[in-house]
Design a protein around this ligand. Sequence first.
Ligand SMILES: [Zn+2]
Length: 48
Amino acid sequence: MAKCVVCGKKCGDKSIRKGGKDFCCVDCLKQYEDKNKPDTKANVCEFC
Ligand SMILES: [Zn+2]
């Protein structure tokens, strides 16, 4: 079973696959996209 690339949870029914990556939910997909925006480099890590 695929694992979410953001939180590491196993992906279930609500999993989303985008760009070859698996996400367990829309929130994780959003977080991933936010983090990887080229023009939005966050200086503060919100996951630590
Ligand atoms: Zn996740």
